[in-house]
Each structure stands twice: as structure tokens, then as C-alpha cells.
Unconditional design. Structure first.
Length: 41
């Protein structure tokens, strides 16, 4: 497992030329266990 700050992860997606349509961190925990996103070209 490798930790990557959420901002760095999302910026890498944007830097790849994708546009984020939806980001969701489901769950009731203090920290997210899952991350769902939809990105399009």
C-alpha cells in the first residue's frame, strides 16, 4: 500500500487530461476506506 494525499491523486487525474464528473467517499468512518470517481476525456 502507498499513501498518496487526495489532492495529489485528483491533480494527477486532471494532469492526465481528464475531467472529473463525480467524486465520492462513501462510509461513516473517520477516514474514507473507499473512493469512487468518474472522469471523462
Amino acid at each position: 500500500m502507498n499513501h498518496l494525499p487526495l489532492a495529489d491523486f485528483l491533480n494527477a487525474i486532471l494532469d492526465a487530461g481528464l475531467r472529473l464528473e463525480h467524486v465520492e467517499e462513501p462510509g461513516d468512518e473517520d477516514y474514507p476506506l473507499l473512493l469512487g470517481l468518474r472522469a471523462v476525456r
